[in-house]
Design a protein around this ligand. Structure first.
Ligand SMILES: Cc1cc2nc3c(=O)[nH]c(=O)nc-3n(C[C@H](O)[C@H](O)[C@H](O)COP(=O)(O)OP(=O)(O)OC[C@H]3O[C@@H](n4cnc5c(N)ncnc54)[C@H](O)[C@@H]3O)c2cc1C
Length: 417
């Protein structure tokens, strides 16, 4: 059951109010109050990027606040496949935190993936290092519980940020609720996801539909012929720049979705919800699976900002991480691991900034280089491969044919991760 937000907010807001100087309009408040920072670091967004950043900042004596508009546990539209590098990154921070995260319930081990080709070909891949699927409502809450239990982070739920001001002196967040006081800090880690207000205000960029995916998903039960530990991917003749997925998430429930490059959605005016319903009704392999299935939720849509190009990730007193930094793998649609890894890299840069007392843009840009070094090459390769497959659907058929020959399977597994 959701905890009431007001309880989580009362104490820190009282402190923030006490610290705030009187205001005579937004700009005046900004100039007057910035030297009295409420916090050293504000983390905006308590998804995987924000919680990982908070965990990585633990033990450095910094006053950190983690701010989210939602009250947890909250849903997040996702495929719920938790990529292995997510767990590896948390394990590097602490073995105990990793063990705690692994206990999240419900979950389904993702021991194998079954790939269905556009011409009905089938390929079963057994993973050597299996990970798991878990609904984001529970998984993200488990991450936040780690922050709550093991760090001194101030967690502010139910604080929807409407505006972000940054300058050479610091950063200020303004709430959409006028009764909530502004928050100030020396540094902002913007982890507020695909529709980031921080990106809009600090590092605005136009939407490029060639680097963006639209996706819809719903939960179903009562599927026929699926395996509780096998994630299924359907590559579609009619939509070469996308795929459909059926992922078990435990307790007989399946996360079912469809994602497609936004450029194609716009060009062909695809109604994504309608397209998913039609696939479940008519696709030769999906239809029998869903003959007696019951939907547990509505079909809901959300965007995926894809990686594959170099974007600025550092602005004045601000670092972007996770979806706010457009880091989703264009081939697999995985973004949770990139969010956690970039959140940790942002925290490490923040620690260096405080150690050196250097908050200059040039110094913050070291973070940008660290992200590109750690993730850039692989993500750019994924983007090129995704483009190739979308432009030349015959390549996918060839890929299935080749991958069905045993010696090539190892190569394919490495390629798609
Ligand atoms: C349909 C779909 C399927 C996907 N499937 C997978 C998958 O199976 N595996 C995978 O690895 N990735 C998947 N992804 C990608 C994955 O969901 C994201 O990459 C991941 O959630 C990014 O984490 P994040 O912390 O950057 O952002 P988020 O998880 O989006 O968290 C951002 C947080 O910021 C908060 N916030 C936003 N705006 C404000 C504001 N103004 N004020 C205060 N708080 C705010 C939100 O409430 C939220 O809690 C999928 C995405 C979609 C859309």
């Amino acid at each position: 059951m959701n905890r009431p937000c007001a309880i989580a907010l009362a104490e820190p807001y009282a402190a923030a109010k006490a610290a705030a100087t009187p205001t005579f309009g937004r700009c005046a408040f900004y100039r007057v109050s910035l030297p009295n920072y409420t916090y050293d670091i504000l983390i905006l967004g308590a998804g995987p990027a924000g919680t990982a950043a908070a965990l990585a900042l633990h033990g450095h004596g910094l006053r950190v606040a983690l701010v989210d508009k939602a009250c947890f546990p909250r849903d997040k539209v996702c495929g719920d496949a938790i990529p292995g590098p997510t767990l590896t990154a948390i394990r590097r921070l602490s073995e105990a935190w990793y063990q705690e995260l692994r206990t999240v319930q419900p979950q389904a081990s993702a021991a194998a993936s079954r790939l269905f080709g556009p011409a009905g070909q089938e390929l079963l891949i057994q993973w050597k290092k299996p990970t798991f699927n878990s609904p984001r409502q529970q998984f993200d809450d488990q991450l936040l519980q780690l922050v709550r239990r093991h760090t001194a982070t101030t967690i502010l739920e139910g604080y929807a940020v409407r505006d972000v001001h940054t300058s050479e002196q610091g950063v200020q967040l303004l709430s959409a609720d006028a009764s909530q006081p502004p928050l100030t800090a020396q540094l902002l880690l913007a982890c507020d996801g695909a529709n980031s207000v921080a990106v809009r205000k600090v590092l605005p960029r136009p939407l490029d539909r060639n680097y963006h995916c639209a996706a819809v998903r719903a939960y179903y039960t009562g599927l026929i012929g699926t395996d509780a530990h096998t994630s299924e991917f359907y590559f579609l003749r009619d939509y070469p720049a996308g795929y459909c997925w059926v992922f078990p998430v435990g307790e007989g429930v399946y996360n079912v979705g469809f994602g497609l490059l936004s450029a194609e959605v716009a060009a062909r005016r695809v109604d994504m919800k309608q397209a998913l319903r039609q696939l479940l009704r008519e696709h030769p392999q999906l239809a029998p699976r869903f003959a007696a299935a019951q939907p547990l939720t509505e079909i809901t849509g959300f965007g995926l900002p894809l990686a594959g190009r170099k974007l600025p990730l550092a602005g004045s007193r601000c670092l972007l991480a996770g979806d706010a930094a457009s880091l989703i793998d264009p081939l697999q649609g995985h973004g949770i691991d990139k969010a956690v890894i970039s959140g940790i890299l942002a925290a490490e840069q923040a620690i260096r900034c405080f150690q050196q007392q250097n908050f200059s843009l040039a110094y913050l840009q070291n973070y940008e280089r660290a992200v590109h070094q750690r993730l850039g090459r692989r993500l750019q390769r994924s983007y090129r491969l995704m483009q190739l497959l979308a432009a030349w659907p015959a390549l996918l058929r060839l890929g299935f044919w080749v991958a069905q020959r045993r010696p090539f399977q190892h190569w394919l597994i490495r390629l798609i991760g």
